[in-house]
Design a binder for this molecule. Structure first.
Ligand code: URP
Ligand code: ZN
Ligand code: ZN
Length: 486
């Protein structure tokens, strides 16, 4: 009997820390050994000339998410995870989204029922909290945390979802107590609302004005405020989908002060600008919040990826079709106010960063792995089971051909959205073989994974979410006289 189920030979293995030449031996779904001239495997793959990297993790994507506004997610847990894996992603962390009045327990049960029979790769869930009631804060969240839901997203804008600063503090205090990581959608609600009403009064509802209403100052202000709330209670936060130089600057400043502030950005902020939105209805395909901005902001985002301001590069895949289920909710009359927000990108996220980031020398291969895989696992309590190639880790591996050239067109993708904002873009470097827990799930352009073969991953509490234990003077005083406030 062979020593291994699978041996990948002649590898250049790239992790966030190292690049090494070796073979990878896989048994029972995990990496059994790394070394030279390994004994035989039942199956062997020759990786000469290829790069062997941890399967990517997409820790911000919307899959089969239920909307309160009648918008329909084009991707369910089958098409969403199939699309992900063809792009080299082997773990997704979408959201179980609470609508006001809903029990979080029930929400989580509903998302499991949707994912279990369909996902082809492993998945965890973040929670979206829109209704931090006493029941939610006092009972549901602490219990869910123990069951492996250790991160939640909160919104500072959108009428149906936003929390005020007091509610944010309630969530942050709970996160500090329990060790959860809070993800923040940071845009100033009143600025956006005010700008939107002025624009609409003037009849300026066309999609291009989405990027006017969602001004960069609105993103910068809310980011700064979220950081202040986090500093007040000494609790780490992650600012998600950062697009504006104004926001990047305040995140960097906070990090320089020693605060545990994490940053996430996405392909749309590197490869699109507000001008791509255009003046016609098709511009709705490029509407997302925060919006893509200009060339200077793109440069600032690249800098933030290279200098460590951003820890994670996610897709924020929001799969809305260009029809009345999504982008054109009100048909030809749809304005930027009514369109479904978000762009697709779950399959192209990693190839785009490889091609333009590694290919152009802006980031090295190890940082590429950190940004697309390892740091996601570390932030959300999945490391080292996921996010690396090490003895004992799940054998989630993407074998990349760095020379493979691809011209993007939607017909080569596997999502259900019907278009891609990256149509016509030239990409060099592509994941040609993908393994999930040792199973070869993508090979020669074909899928070899059963519906429902992905597993749910309960997340541990992460080191990243641990407070600094550096209370602000006011809170330190209250605690010193016997009245701790958090
Ligand atoms: O516009 C976006 N980003 N849509 C997805 C929802 C969100 O806020 O992440
Ligand atoms: Zn958001
Ligand atoms: Zn999102």
């Amino acid at each position: 009997m062979a020593d291994f189920d699978l041996v990948i030979r002649n590898c250049t293995v790239v992790t966030a820390a190292d690049t090494m030449q070796c073979d990878v031996g896989i048994k029972d779904g995990v990496v059994a050994t790394l070394g030279r001239s390994l004994a035989a495997g039942t199956r062997e793959i020759d990786a000469t000339g290829k790069l062997v990297m941890p399967g990517a993790i997409d820790s911000h994507c919307h899959i089969e998410q239920k909307s309160g506004a009648g918008v329909i997610c084009a991707d369910d847990f089958y098409s969403g995870t199939v699309s992900a894996v063809f792009g080299g992603t082997t773990t997704v962390i979408p959201f179980a989204a609470q609508h006001r009045g809903q029990s979080l327990r029930q929400v989580v049960a509903d998302y499991h029922a949707a994912a279990r029979p369909k996902a082809v790769i492993d998945y965890a869930f973040h929670l979206i909290i829109t209704d931090p009631s006493e029941q939610v804060l006092g009972q549901e969240l602490p219990a869910l945390l123990k069951d492996g839901y250790t991160s939640f997203k909160v919104y500072m804008t959108y009428d149906a979802m936003r929390l005020d600063d007091g509610q944010m503090l309630d969530i942050l205090a709970l996160a500090r107590r329990e060790g959860a990581l809070v993800m923040v959608h940071a845009e100033n609600h009143d600025m956006i609302k005010w700008l939107t009403s002025r624009l609409m009064e003037k009849g300026l509802g066309n999609p291009r004005y989405h990027a006017v209403a969602h001004a960069r100052v609105a993103e910068g202000e809310a980011t700064n405020r979220a950081i202040a709330l986090s500093e007040l209670l000494d609790v780490p936060i992650l600012i998600v989908h950062v697009s504006a130089g104004e926001a990047i600057d305040v995140i960097r400043d906070a990090q320089t002060k020693g605060l545990k502030i994490y940053g996430e950005t996405c392909p749309q902020y590197l490869f699109l600008t507000a001008d791509d939105i255009g003046m016609g209805l098709e511009g709705t395909k490029f509407c997302c919040s925060p919006p893509p901005r200009d060339a200077a902001a793109q440069e600032a985002v690249w800098r933030g990826l290279a200098n460590g301001t951003f820890q994670v590069f996610s897709s924020d895949h929001a799969p809305y079709r260009y029809d009345e289920t999504g982008k054109l909710l009100k048909g030809a009359q749809t304005t930027f106010k009514d369109t479904a927000n978000g762009v697709p990108g779950i399959e192209l996220r990693v190839p785009l960063l490889f091609s333009e980031g590694v290919g152009s020398g802006r980031i090295d291969l190890n940082r590429f792995v950190a940004l697309t895989s390892t740091n996601h696992a570390k932030l959300y309590g999945l490391y080292p089971r996921k996010g690396t190639i090490a003895i004992g880790s799940d054998a989630d591996i993407a074998i990349w051909d760095p020379a493979r050239e691809v011209t993007v067109t939607h017909s080569i993708l596997h999502d259900n959205v019907g278009y891609t904002p990256y149509e016509g873009r030239h990409i060099k470097g592509w994941p040609v073989t993908v393994l999930s827990r040792g199973r070869v799930v993508v090979e020669d352009g074909k899928l070899n994974a059963e519906r429902g073969s992905g597993n749910f991953l309960p997340c541990d509490l992460s080191e990243a979410a641990k407070p600094l234990q550096r209370p602000t003077p006011e809170l330190a005083f209250a605690a010193s006289v016997g009245h701790p406030l958090v």
